[in-house]
Design a protein around this ligand. Structure first.
Ligand code: PRP
Ligand code: URA
Length: 209
């Protein structure tokens, strides 16, 4: 059984098409990435554990479900993953936020780590790792390896666009995690950019370049 889901909601597809467009400027791009993360988060978090708690309504007291367990941890892969955080905190405002700093070497395309800070106790939290792009898969594989080394156990990975190469690599390297993909694209080009993709996600979110 595969450990990934390619999402198929028309609203999600529409918004992904909008961020692909090279004419979409930084403000709009950022807002759309936030909305896409919220739509994806809604689906990816459907198995969060709940437990009944007592609530007094104006009519009577009842037992009613609320999210149970330690607070969710959202872990963006820096930089571009930062653009997805607010979309998920809009759904789960109490979530804790960790950070993993990785950048891809422009020549080798291998990831290089420069930062890792995760909310404790990480082993007891549902961890949602976010990054808009899953290209070769090197960054995501590395980030999740680091999280596991710090004790993370229940891990989901959410990306907006994936290349088949990256999805296969991540799925094989970490078969125990659940992967959520907004859109599966055709392939990587020689510079390991996703085709058709959306270009450099970090540059488009932060207006750099
Ligand atoms: C981009 C993207 C992913 C990574 C994907 O980040 O946000 O983290 O590349 O590529 P991979 O699957 O081949 O590893 P980048 O390294 O460009 O850093 P940035 O977010 O700081 O721009
Ligand atoms: N990182 C990006 O931002 N875009 C790609 O297409 C590949 C890696």
């Amino acid at each position: 059984m595969s450990n990934y889901v390619i999402m198929d909601h028309p609203l999600l597809k529409h918004k992904i098409s909008m961020i692909r467009d090279e004419r979409t400027g930084t403000n709009e791009f950022r807002a759309l990435v936030e909305e896409i993360a919220m739509l994806m988060g809604y689906e990816a978090l459907r198995d969060l554990p709940v437990q009944d708690v007592e609530v007094k309504t104006p009519i009577e007291t009842c037992m009613t479900p609320m999210i149970a367990g330690k607070k969710l941890a959202i872990v963006p892969i820096l930089r571009a993953g930062l653009g997805m955080v607010s979309g998920i905190t809009a759904l789960v405002p109490s979530a804790k936020i960790g950070h993993i700093g990785l950048y891809r070497d422009p020549e080798t395309h291998e990831p290089h780590e420069y930062y890792c800070k995760l909310p404790a106790p990480i082993d007891q939290r549902c961890i949602v790792v976010v990054d808009p792009m899953l290209a070769t898969g090197g960054s995501a594989v590395d980030a999740i390896t680091q999280i596991k080394e710090h004790g993370g156990k229940t891990i989901k990975f959410m990306c907006i666009i994936a290349a088949p190469e990256g999805l296969k690599r991540l799925s094989q390297a970490h078969p125990d995690i659940q992967i959520y993909v907004g859109q599966l694209d055709r392939c990587l080009n020689e510079q390991a950019y996703i085709c058709p993709g959306l270009g450099d996600a970090g540059d488009r979110i932060f207006g750099t370049k």
